[in-house]
Design a protein around this ligand. Sequence first.
Ligand code: WTA
Length: 631
Amino acid sequence: MSSKDLHGEVFYPSEEVVKNANVPDWDALQKEAGEDYEKFWGKRAEELHWFKKWDKVLDDSDKPFYKWFTGGKTNIAYNCLDVHVKTHRRNKLALIWEGENGDMRMLSYYRLHRETCKFANVLRSLGVSKGDRVTIYMGRTPEIVMAMLACARIGAIHSVVYGGFSVEALHERIEDSKSKVLIVSDGAYLRGKIVPLKQIADEALKRAGGIEHVLVVKRTGQDINMEDGRDLWLHELMALPIATQNCALEITDAEDPLFMLYTSGTTGKPKAILHTHGGYMVGTYTTLKYVFDIKEEDRYWCAADPGWITGHSYIVYGPLLNGATSFMYEGAPTHPYPNRWWNLVEKYGINILYTAPTAIRGLMRFGDAWVNRHDLSSLRLLGSVGEPINPEAWKWYYKVVGNEKCPIMDTWWQTETGMFMITPMPSVPLKPGSGTKPFPGIEMDIFDENGNPVKDNEEGYLVIKTPWPAMIRTIYNDPDRYVEQYWKKYPGVYMTGDSAKRDEDGYIWVIGRVDDVIKVSGYRLGTAEIESALVSHPSVAEAAAIGLPHEVKGNAIYTYVILKQGVEPTEELKETLKNHVGHEVGPIAKPQQIKFVDSLPKTRSGKIMRRVLKAKELGVDPGNLSTLDES
Ligand code: WTA
């Protein structure tokens, strides 16, 4: 079947799925939320614990700096842990973990709460208090969850840097956030090797000031450098009397910052997206409950990395707020063989699996036999995120992995939205490749250049017209950029940076980014980061990066480099430059291709016209060239 045929196909949920769903009647929920979305969110917020109830659900007196649940007092970590420890969930597993090397750990709510409190006391003993920033740079182990929750518990603001990023990316983020403490693991297992996280951090810290202490988590145990007075082992501090399990909770305002997470934007440096305790909590709690239909007995696995928003919202906060049992796996899906994931699903009896199209395509390549060796009958729901899912991958996921009985939740959202925005629920009929409709209470549209809604099946800019609780509050330290990036093109309307179409049934089909963001294997990278990494090499004068379609990764990075005078354009230099980008930004940013060129297409004001490069590679019409400088 071609992808075109499949686009027209509708997959209806079984009666059983609908009957058992947390939301059996989507239309009723939509009606309730559509009539009064403030009331709708207020009601959901009541399911969580507040030390003092809010005065106002939504305060829009200073648009676009929206505030939610103002006057309310809470703490998201308290809702993730303390609340459950006081109930029958005390002994329930909060986290099941398997390392790539086969290590295994299981933590009950009681245990996770205890470890987090001890961790929080360690942070306090290092002088961390409310409002301080803490950078976290770790592999996927339970300690990353504890580190985040420990920060939240004492009102510190965490800034997690994905473990796949490297020296310059880490340096930039530490410096911009003005973090006091860095939490790092000695290393992480990946594809049978060790990623030397502490070593990378040491190099980054040579470039950045401001970090007073480095707290080191022992995972891999290889020899590392420990700097006297600065670097401390977590396990040593956790054994001291300061690390008691009684840790006074910081009661936070709903609008107190919870975390910042750096992400790539249209231009320049990565920006720190700021989220807060109250609204983010309500948003992630509600969306996970309704979309992934969390039940008490479920074992839920979000295979993302905690270092990205998907991990923040749907590995750490959303599942714990719901009192769910989450599974976390440290390593690569194909290590040691391409059945590792399927083995994990069988072994741990996973009911819900949430991953990215790139992972599905990657595993699909190895054929059905690897999947079919395993009993995956525990699965009842699947999920997809990060980029549009092509119908072939959707169908394979649905048939081979889900045995045609698991609805696929294709969730569209962003670091900035904090929570699912366009998504089905299990009771909603699906069309492969579409995330269906906006979550109840959220109004979205597709605009043309002038801000008019486009007709059905016409492409335009995807925008959000109503505020939502988990929305970005600002860009940390750069409120002007926040207004400029998201609210300027269409005043009063949030600009997503994506293009999309809507069909005659109201289903939205996201096409992709319209700015200089490249989604590589679901990871969000900016052309500017790759370009500045290239230019930081002594042989490079100028560089441009674009994304071109790639069968597994979704997009691959192609770069164009003008060398400094006298530098010889050799194949070896290409490899050197690729490795240089890997060293500075991270392995995920390594260009697929480097082309040496004499000039780059630019506008008269000197901006690189990436769409011209892209059109040339794809052999398509580059469109309007009136601004091209031909001199
Ligand atoms: C893309 C990831 C199509 C989109 C949660 C968005 C998607 C960007 C989907 C945000 C999806 C995410 N279908 N495209 N289901 N989910 N995207 O901030 O381009 O890393 O703007 O957040 O990913 O990426 P981010």
